[in-house]
Design a protein around this ligand. Structure first.
Ligand SMILES: Nc1ncnc2c1ncn2[C@@H]1O[C@H](COP(=O)(O)OP(=O)(O)OP(=O)(O)O)[C@@H](O)[C@H]1O
Length: 261
């Protein structure tokens, strides 16, 4: 087992936990989708897994075991050393995370150096390999480009390439397709599936879109107001939802032509 979360509670500052009683497990190569409305706590859960909670956010209760180790007992330094290597993250718009006035290659190289890859030749080869893996045409040209010169879909591919540079065991994806048009969404979803296949990476994807969850996930966790409403195998949650809230999310899945399923 890669990750085991039991009865997790997360609080910001001294306030009451905003997320409580979250439990799930994840095997190597498995995909979990966390779905739910805005404010339900999806982002809070995956940030807690990467130990990057903002605003005094912390794990207030429960356990988180990553590869057999209780991460609550690890130091902040240990968490930093795992960042990008064991666990990495992609965001809604990876381009927005980058500096618009510096070439992508310069920033990608800095990211590699920050994680210990300082040899120029090795770094260059790794960047080209990773950009090719996510099917970006002409990687050398991409490295010289600025984020504003790329489409949203291309920027997301760069984000995935960077996140996967050290072959992490777990990729956390926070609404990675929400900022994209429908066709590009499908391409990025397929790209993540390919990454899983090639590298056996486990993925936790946070999404509003039950359609994306249904397509990608082995398991689905439905959250509402900081609690888990439903959790199970994707086909069970989709074909035999137990909770009205899950049924409502399923009824709202957009299908081609603008009608709902
Ligand atoms: N930095 C913060 N400080 C205090 N409270 C926060 C902070 N970030 C999130 N929260 C609170 O935690 C709860 C869960 O928010 P979170 O962003 O995890 O939800 P979400 O399901 O990811 O929503 P969205 O889909 O809009 O991103 C909300 O009540 C929110 O107000």
């Amino acid at each position: 087992m890669l990750l085991e979360i039991k009865d997790l509670g997360i609080a910001y500052g001294k306030a009451e936990p905003v997320v409580r009683h979250v439990s799930f497990t994840l095997d190597q190569g498995e995909i979990l989708a966390i779905v739910g409305e805005s404010g339900s706590g999806k982002t809070t859960v995956i940030r807690a897994i990467q130990h990057v909670l903002p605003g005094g956010g912390h794990i207030a209760e429960g356990t988180m075991i990553f590869e057999g180790e209780d991460t609550r007992k690890q130091s902040a330094e240990k968490h930093r050393s795992l960042d990008g290597k064991d666990v990495s993250m992609i965001f809604q718009d990876s381009g927005a995370m980058m500096n618009p006035i510096r070439p992508i290659g310069v920033q990608f190289r800095e990211y590699l150096a920050l994680h210990g890859m300082t040899d120029e030749k090795e770094a260059h080869q790794r960047m080209v390999d990773m950009l090719s893996m996510v099917r970006l045409p002409d990687p050398e040209q991409i490295l010289k480009s600025y984020t504003f010169e790329l489409s949203g879909g291309m920027r997301q591919r760069v984000g995935i390439a960077m996140a996967m540079a050290f072959h992490p065991k777990l990729l956390l994806a926070d609404e990675p397709t929400s900022a994209l048009d429908v066709t590009t969404q499908a391409a990025i979803v397929k790209e993540m599936m390919e990454v899983r296949k090639k590298m056996n990476t486990a993925i936790i994807i946070v999404t509003h879109n039950m359609g994306v969850a249904a397509y990608m996930a082995d398991r689905i966790m439905v959250m509402r107001q900081g609690r888990v409403v439903e959790y199970g195998k994707a086909e069970d949650v989709i074909y035999h939802p137990k909770e009205d809230y899950t049924k409502m999310l399923l009824a709202a899945v957009p299908v081609l032509g603008g009608e709902t399923a």
